[in-house]
Design a protein around this ligand. Structure first.
Ligand code: SF4
Length: 459
């Protein structure tokens, strides 16, 4: 036995772990920004606090898209200041710091959207990190705010369009695409971590790669270009659901539809059409406004009859006449969209549309909104009724005493309907299940469980 003395390291008194509270407001793009900041915070040993009171400092990721979102952001900053006192603000509203500082001069720092490094250096300044190599370990897929079984995949930042009602290009800058190998590697990591559905997001998914001339790159030994069709092909090899959001009807979108028919990506397109009247679309300065969209939709449905189309619209845009609104209703009737959201136009500070003539009075906006939503709801109910008696594969989101809430290929999380399964039969969130549809209402389906899909197959 060795007689050498055994030296023991004295236990160092552990420093207190710095805790950051985080409030994430706004759209999925802002959510992805939040996830990046949270990943950096965790990587540096910060803990994320669930309450204002337990946090040493609070970061608020704001939204500045419409006036209601600005109000919500300003109120949240006020709440964080009152209940914690140390607040850093980032996100879209941060691009207009005077708006924040006028109302909340005690804010420690204001940064704009996608300014991860600036947010981190402001956190360092006001709450230095504790060095602990064990805390520095972060799961390879990063920190996510979504449930374990689905994740948003952000492929680009910014936008090169000039829609007259929107200030996002001013807030978020011009299109900046991530190279395709970078995106595919992130998708691969997420799939390996158990994610079963990827939601591809950006401001303009169809424009992906245009700013970097569709740069070529290699992934898993194969050459891909940084463009939508190659992205769909690459993601389609992962064996999980892939859902495309914010696609504009440029001609090259047609190439993706055959991949949907083959189920390499979900037969689902989220296209924010915003209106059906060519003259309104022109005033809105929408991308691809001169495309004959109804003809394109008919062609897509011939190629892929299961295709689900989701869209959003604006009613009461400046100058919208009664005739233009009727055109929108006729367009909707012909397009027979599955999922529809609608906003009443509201002016956003800095948007070009504010200068247009003929702002539509609130009461007329309200009437048009009701008529539009009534029509959209009737179409939705009729389309869902056709599914009764069919079999579907669904992905389970939650399970409770009333059964399970799941989604089919036709349902994106949070924005679309759901499939309600009466007797959950041992299902868990993240399971795939085979169900038979027994009933439908305006937005949801009701189903009976046939079998939990044990295999990890998406089909
Ligand atoms: S496409 Fe239009 S609405 Fe969308 S972010 Fe770009 S400018 Fe705004």
């Amino acid at each position: 036995m060795s007689s050498r003395p055994v030296t023991r390291r004295r236990a160092e008194p552990r420093e207190r772990i710095p805790k950051v509270g985080f409030v994430s407001l706004g759209c999925p793009k802002a959510l992805v920004d939040s996830e990046r900041i949270l990943t950096s915070l965790r990587a540096e040993g910060y803990e994320v606090s669930p309450t204002y009171e337990q946090a040493d400092l609070v970061v608020v990721n704001t939204c500045g898209f419409i006036d209601a979102a600005v109000d919500e952001s300003l109120e949240t900053i006020g709440e964080a200041l009152e209940r914690n006192g140390k607040v850093i603000v980032t996100g879209c509203l941060g691009a207009r710091p005077q708006r924040i500082l006028e109302r909340h001069p005690r804010v420690l720092k204001v940064t704009g959207p996608q300014t991860y490094a600036e947010v981190m250096s402001a956190v360092h300044e006001h709450l230095p990190p504790r060095h602990d190599p064990f805390l520095d370990l972060v799961p390879p897929q990063g920190v996510r705010l979504t449930p374990r079984h689905y994740a948003y995949l952000k492929i680009s930042e910014g936008c090169n369009n000039k829609c007259s009602f929107c200030i996002i290009p001013a807030l978020r800058g011009r299109l900046a695409s991530r190279r395709i190998d970078d995106v595919l590697r992130e998708a691969e990591r997420l799939a390996a971590a158990g994610v079963r559905e990827l939601l591809v997001i950006s401001q303009d998914t169809s424009a992906y790669g245009a700013d970097i001339r569709y740069a070529p790159a290699t992934w898993r030994g194969k050459e891909y270009r940084t463009r939508l069709i190659d992205l769909a092909r690459g993601l389609g090899t992962l064996g999980i659901w892939v859902r495309l959001h914010y696609v504009y009807p440029y001609p090259h979108v047609d190439e993706v539809v055959p991949l949907m028919a083959e189920r390499r990506v979900l037969p689902y397109l989220d296209i924010p059409f915003q209106h059906g009247s060519p003259s309104v679309l022109k005033r809105m300065r929408r991308p691809a406004h001169s495309e004959d969209v109804l003809r394109r939709i008919a062609g897509w449905r011939r190629e892929c009859p299961e295709l689900t189309l989701r869209s959003t619209f604006i009613v009461g845009f400046p100058g919208e006449t009664a005739r233009e609104f009727e055109e929108l209703l006729e367009w909707l009737e012909e397009a027979q969209l599955d999922r529809v959201g609608c906003f009443k136009y509201s002016p956003v500070e800095g948007a070009a549309a504010n200068a247009l003539d003929g702002h539509v009075p609130a009461q007329i906006q309200e009437e048009r909104y009701s008529r539009f939503m009534e029509r959209a709801a009737a179409i939705s109910a009729a389309r869902l009724a056709r599914r009764v008696g069919t079999r579907l594969r669904v992905l389970v989101d939650s399970v409770g005493e009333q059964g399970a809430v799941a989604r089919s290929e036709a349902d994106a999380p949070d924005i679309d309907g759901v499939v309600r399964i009466a007797a959950a039969g041992g299902l868990r969130p993240g399971d795939w299940a085979d169900v038979e549809v027994t009933a439908s209402d305006t937005y949801d389906l009701f189903a009976r469980l046939e079998a939990a899909a044990v295999a990890t197959s998406r089909k």
